[in-house]
Write a protein that binds this ligand. Structure first.
Ligand code: EPU
Length: 337
């Protein structure tokens, strides 16, 4: 059922807690709802999607319609050998999906526990943490094409997944609404403990069971990342920059303790933006009502009453310093609207 509300404050709908309004907030639960909206001509006007609002920064009122997915069913659609397939509607809270998998002894989502947001947003920036990413378990993504009004099931190979990247951020931006995601999970144990902090925490809990991994990830995230209900934020504000190998090696020579990761791209390496920002002395510093979190420099927070502009001003000041000191450009991970 389509549910429209007009002139709504979005403060409760974005984890930065920015107080802006949108002309129309429109809940939808099915592809039929989207077909009805298509017939009304909605997709010819200004529109967007807001689900958990955990990766979005509003810099002003939204002059248009924001679609909000409400479908929240999880259905097991097949079981072949060790592989279990789940159909998950876009409005399911991501962490509820992780808990559902852990409760049914299904492996694959546990390293991604406690990431904020909804399932429908997970393919867009290919959410990731602790050596895993959503693309590892996504089999296909169901979308409603807003030009054609057709429902399309996109196999993962066609989603162009990369580090915090997918076709939904590029070619299909503004052309598709994600209605559900099909995941393939493993019914046999498949622990991924390559990330040292996680391995140690899991060992201290008694070994790599699904619940231990989920609980360890949750504990690490809670220790490092601020709770949006207490301190508005959108998780990592910046992506970890991927730079030329030559620049990475030059920096490594000058700063031997600088973390350096493989990028998956020939001749390029990934740096830790949090470390770069920390080294510029920004950790815990504020600029007006916006601040760099004191436990994780990659996270920008709203100290209370910040406007989107305040967060952007801080992001610009931080980026300027990192560029001047290290010659590295930072790129926002958060969607700025
Ligand atoms: N570091 C610092 N100072 C800081 C923060 C980090 O020196 O203030 C150093 C750390 O000591 C470490 C390195 O930078 O050596 C990397 O830090 P960390 O392991 O905390 O991870 P990250 O690169 O900062 C990424 C993701 C997180 C994800 C974690 C864990 C991005 C942009 N962020 O952060 O994702 O939870 O790895 O896997 O890739 C998110 O996207 O919202 C998010 C929180």
């Amino acid at each position: 059922m389509v549910e429209k509300q007009y002139g709504v404050s979005l403060k409760q709908y974005n984890t930065f807690g920015i107080d802006v309004r949108c002309e129309c907030l429109c809940g939808f639960s099915s592809v039929d709802d989207l077909r009805a909206l298509h017939a009304e001509g909605l997709f010819g006007s200004q529109w967007g999607v807001i689900s958990g609002g955990s990766n979005i920064l509003f810099t002003g009122d939204y002059h248009g319609t924001l679609l909000h997915p409400r479908g929240d069913r999880i259905t097991e659609t097949s079981r072949e050998g060790d592989r279990v397939r789940l159909h998950v509607e876009a409005g399911v809270v991501w962490n509820d999906f992780v808990d559902y998998c852990v409760a049914r002894s299904l492996w694959g989502a546990e390293n991604l526990a406690y990431i904020p947001g909804y399932v429908g947003a997970s393919p867009v920036q290919n959410i990731g943490a602790y050596g895993a990413e959503a693309a590892d378990i996504i089999e296909s993504v169901e979308v409603f094409g807003t030009d054609t009004g057709a429902r399309v099931v996109m196999a993962r190979e066609h989603c162009a997944f990369g580090y915090r990247m997918s076709v939904f951020k590029t070619l299909l931006r503004g052309k598709a609404v994600i209605t559900a995601v099909n995941f393939t999970l493993s019914a046999v144990p498949d622990p991924r403990l390559g990330y040292g902090d996680l391995r140690d925490a899991v060992e201290s809990m008694g070994g790599p069971t699904l619940a231990n991994i989920r609980n360890a990830v949750t504990a690490i995230r809670k220790a490092k990342l601020p709770e949006p209900a207490e301190l508005g934020n959108a998780g990592s504000f910046f992506k970890n920059p991927v730079v030329e190998e030559a620049l990475a090696q030059e920096l490594k020579k000058e700063y031997p303790d600088m973390p350096l990761y493989p990028s998956g791209q020939e001749g390029r390496a990934k740096l830790a933006a949090g470390w770069l920002i920390d080294r510029c002395g920004w950790k815990g510093r504020s600029l007006g009502p916006a601040a760099v979190h004191d436990r994780q420099a990659l996270v920008l927070v709203n100290l209370g009453g910040a406007a989107g502009r305040d967060i952007l001003d801080l992001a610009a000041a931080v980026s300027r310093d990192v560029e001047e000191r290290f010659g590295v450009a930072l790129e926002s991970e958060v969607n700025v609207l």
